[in-house]
Design a protein around this ligand. Sequence first.
Ligand code: HC1
Ligand code: SF4
Length: 562
Amino acid sequence: MGTMTIDGRKIEFTDEKNVLSVIRKAGINIPTLCYHSELSTFGACRLCTVEDGRGKMFASCSEEPRDGMVIHTNTGKLRKYRKLIVELLLAAHCRDCTTCVKSGECVLQELAHRLGVKQVRFENTREQRELDFSSPSIVRDPNKCILCGNCVRACSEIQGIGCIGFAFRGTEAMVMPAFDKKISETDCVNCGQCRVYCPTGAISIRTNTGSVWEALNDENVRVVAQIAPAVRVAVGDYFGLPKGRSVMGKIVNVLHRMGFDEVYDTSFSADLTIMEESAEFLNRVQKGENLPLMTSCCPAWVKFVTDQYPEYVKNVSTCRSPQGMLSAVIKEYFRDPQNAQGKKTVMVSIMPCTAKKMEAERPNSYTKGEKDTDIVITTTELIRMIRTSGIDFAAAEPEACDMPFGFGSGGGVIFGVTGGVTEAVLRRLNPDHSKTTIENIASCGVRGEEGIKEFSVPYNGMEVKICVVNGLGNARTVMEQVKSGEKEYHLIEVMACRRGCIMGGGQPTRAGERTKAARAKGLYNADNTMIIKKSDENPLVLELYNGLLKGKEHELLHNDSY
Ligand code: HC1
Ligand code: SF4
């Protein structure tokens, strides 16, 4: 606690961890490349350098705030210094800005403009490196890496994986997987968090929009879309609408106008997941086997368990993810020649997640030898498609999804935020439909952005012990505690990305605290407006069980192996 003088103004500070945070609190957006409040401080880029009262320069991210400090953030010396840093970074960087996938969102590009870098006086002497296309989810382009280390720290500190790191020294320094392996040959779980923290185009989404346009141009193809819960709250702000507002109806409108034949909501199959997973949970509790039940909808988490805790694979729910369930059901529906009407069906899934691309390739994502989900695109790719189409998104009138799979309950919608799956399960298990019950469930400890939440709820004379986890680093902590016997649970929900799918690896990047909170709020608001909040009350779900699903529940809704 104290006061410092920043550019002539007195600013009070309390528990800010560094001078940089106090400067930002003062409303000054000082440039940074390697600083991220959720990662450890690296202090490598030096862009946040400031001057003290005696003209001494230091990186503000690495300095603790002290009472009485005098700080200058915008002197001539600092402007010149920052400009030189950016010029040197650009000198060692591929400068294909016009064709770079990150153009317009690249922090380096923005800083070059902002700091007035008009030319680069130095030659790029770095050897050109091959791009790594081995992953179905992300692409690594070492030529665009500026060695900020954000991806390395995100992968090790947040996700607890650590499959990329620094190699070599000095001008040879590089970020890469150990022994220069391909990323697909490592423990990478495809979560895309390295891409979220990368300020340039060095790690980007493996894009599949070309295949979608191709399908849309083919008259013999019926193109069907499904839209994940978290997508609807992460598109609007790109087009100037309020952060976190659900724009599901607008997305449906533009997809129809692009040529999608049918558009469905993944929260419908999230309801199916709840039906199946709740039954599976009760069955396991009754038999006392394979507890704790671990959720299976997040593919990065499923890969994490299968790779790192194989002895717990039997605990993972056999339920397919909502993406998998909906694609399998839709493909089955169009296997009936009457429904198919001579057209081939291409299933396009629109997800906040890069790992869903990997999930769609898994051997267990096929039914009757046919791939369930043909193409997965992320929210970021959807935004690019909307821009390509030229449709005025903000002005698009909301439209409803198509039938018969176009409606999900509130329980299905909140899947996109950490705790949502568990909350929907608790709604399903509770026979009481009253408003008070729904409110009590919401306040039982299941909500909130903490990485690990533990609570218990009474059910049929027992105390059901639950753990809700987000972030794989936190998942590792919980798994170690379960393994050692230190902790016992009946149910563990894990989403690989911090805060759940709303912060998935395929969402638009550069989301600050306000955006993160707004996305979660947007999904809870969407739930608040739904008349049907419980998955078992969704009439379309009940109709499906009595019709197309009869006798095929296991084949279409479950995985036999991981
Ligand atoms: Fe998710 Fe899921 S909630 S995994 O976070 O269970 O991606 O949104 O679609 O499949 O419904 C993601 C989100 C998503 C699935 C659902
Ligand atoms: Fe690490 Fe996830 Fe990136 Fe893979 S996708 S390198 S696991 S952060």
